[in-house]
Write a new protein. Sequence first.
Length: 160
Amino acid sequence: MDEYGESLTRVAITYVKDRFIAEDIIQESFLKAYKKLNDFEGKSSYHTYLYRIVINGCHDYLRSWNHRKVQLTDKIPLINSGNDTSEQFLIDKSRNSELGQQVLKLSIKLREVIILYYYQDFSIEEIAEVLQVSKNTVKTRMFRARKKLESQLQESGWEW
């Protein structure tokens, strides 16, 4: 939990767009992983196994009745290196916020590859394993997500 908890929570937030619900999903995921520890076959790393459990939990929540009846907010945690000047920090915060909002507007299939690749530093192979799709599917989704993001950012007046 100490090693993966925060990064798993960030991934869950990008799916469900609510920190409290994401934390519930993470808690349930760790319990599920602990209960099924003996069933883990080791075909993948434990890291990707945990991500798969969390993503499945997010998908279950998004299909649930509760999700369809609750208004969600579009918020994504900001990434801050901590080494910036105050002015640069505010500029970066604004740009990160806009980029985060645009990422959250993507469909789940496109959003998840962007989040796992850019925010969680997963390789194409790891993403394919976590999402249980082929590497070519991941590459196609990544290409489409980048094109869609580029289009959305241009529409919103993003300055390169």
